[in-house]
Design a protein around this ligand. Sequence first.
Ligand code: CTP
Ligand code: CA
Length: 231
Amino acid sequence: ALAVVTKQDLAGLTVAVSTGGTREPIDPVRHLGNRSSGRQGVAVARAAAERGARVRLVAAHVDEGVLTDALHPRIEIARVSTAAELRQSMHAAADGADVVVMVAAVADYRVAQVSDHKLRKEDGAPVLELVENPDILAELVAAREPGQTVVGFAAETADSEDELLERGRRKRSRKAVDLLVVNRVSHDRGFESADNDVTLVDAHDEVVSHAAGSKRLVADTLWNEVVSLRR
Ligand code: CTP
Ligand code: CA
C-alpha cells in the first residue's frame, strides 16, 4: 500500500497559533462578536502539526465541528472567550515558541461597563461605551524572543487589488511583523467560507506569495514562506 508522507519540514519547531473570534460581554446574556469561524487558524495549526511542529492553539469560540480538525497528537488546545483571555493565553503560548501566528479576529473594543444584570427594555435603549482592547499582536512583536518569527493576518475589504496591497503594506509596517497574510474579504468571501484569497507581504513590504483556494492551501503557503524566511 502507498502511504502519503507529509514533508516534516517543521519538525523541532514549537508554534503558537490563535484562531476564532473573541466575544466581549455586554451583560450576562449578550456580547459583541464577529463572524470569524476559526477555520483558517485551525487549518494553520493542522498543517503545522502534520509538517512536524508542536502546536499550541488558542481558540476563541470555534465550533466543535471545526475544532475536530485540530485533534492531533501534536496540537494542544486552549479555549478562550474575551480578548483579555486570548491575550493571556497567547503570551503564555508564545513563551519559548519559534513561530507565533495571530489568526484570531480580536475585538478592537470591549464594553467599558459590563452590566451584572440583564439589560431590560424598560430601562430604555442602552448606550454602550466602548474602550479599545490592547493590540495583542503588537505586544507579541514587542516581546519577541530572539529568532522568533511573528506572523499576522489582516482581513481587508478593498475596491481594487491596488488598494488591498496598499492597505496590506501599511498594516505590515505598522505591526512590524515578519509576515502579514492579507485576506480579501467581503460579505460573502473570507469569513465563514471554505475558501480564502490571500497575499503574503514580508518584512520589506514585498509581496512574496499569493494563494487562492482552500484554507489548507493558504495555511501551507504560509508555512512554506515561514520556512523560507527562517532559512
Ligand atoms: N490583532 C491583535 N489584537 C487586537 C487587534 C488585532 O492581536 N486588539 C491582530 C489580529 O489577530 C491580526 C492583526 O492584529 O493578526 C491584524 O488585525 P486587524 O483587525 O486587521 O488590524 P487592526 O490593527 O485591528 O486594525 P483595523 O481593524 O483598524 O484594520
Ligand atoms: Ca481590528
